[in-house]
Ligand binder design. Structure first.
Ligand SMILES: [Fe+2]
Length: 192
């Protein structure tokens, strides 16, 4: 399951993140790894991957404020507001997104994702967040918290705009371990 947090922050913070990211010269085409180039999408790493190293100090400051507001809006539950990875992805109608999983090699993370575009209307533009076969319509200032080891993707985009999405990988709180699976953590299972 997925938990959606509404009205996480003021849109102006997300506007500044989008505008700053759009001007960056550090976008790359590495993801998804091990697929042909036409199936990749463009990505901007802000923190990480994997090592938590800051790639863009100004954007890291901006997105830290967003992460803390997601954490507060979620009553400081589920995750620890530290960044293992953070980045921005651009997707558009010309590439069907791949259904995938993340962080398969570990069981101590959770992911958080939100759309940055201030005028994104999931009803008319598509680009919802599909998780475990269910499409969740994210509106501006919505963020969703999800288990990255469950298959997910961006739903088809049906307009000519580019969809900017900010995503974080953060440590899951240890008390959300699932005692029925030998210690393997399924944070999404506790989400209502
Ligand atoms: Fe993912």
């Amino acid at each position: 399951m997925v938990k959606i947090i509404r009205n996480v922050c003021h849109q102006s913070v997300l506007d500044l993140i989008l505008d700053t990211a759009a001007k960056s010269e550090s976008w790359h085409w590495r993801y998804p790894i091990n697929v042909e180039f036409d199936k990749k999408h463009i990505k901007l790493d802000i923190v990480g991957p994997d090592d938590g190293r800051i790639k863009d100090p100004f954007l890291t400051g901006l997105i830290s404020s967003v992460l803390l507001q997601v954490w507060e809006a979620n009553n400081r539950e589920l995750f620890i507001p530290e960044m293992i990875y953070a980045g921005v992805a651009i997707k558009d109608r010309h590439r069907k997104d791949n259904v995938h999983t993340d962080d398969d090699h570990r069981d101590d993370t959770i992911k958080i994702l939100g759309i940055l575009n201030k005028d994104w209307d999931p009803e008319t533009m598509g680009g919802g967040f599909m998780h475990d076969g269910v499409v969740h319509k994210l509106r501006p200032t919505d963020f969703c918290i999800f288990d990255p080891r469950i298959p997910h993707a961006a739903d088809d985009i049906i307009c000519n705009k580019k969809r900017f999405a900010l995503d974080f990988s953060v440590p899951v709180q240890p008390n959300y371990a699932d005692g029925n699976s030998g210690g393997h953590r399924h944070p999404a299972n506790v989400i209502v």
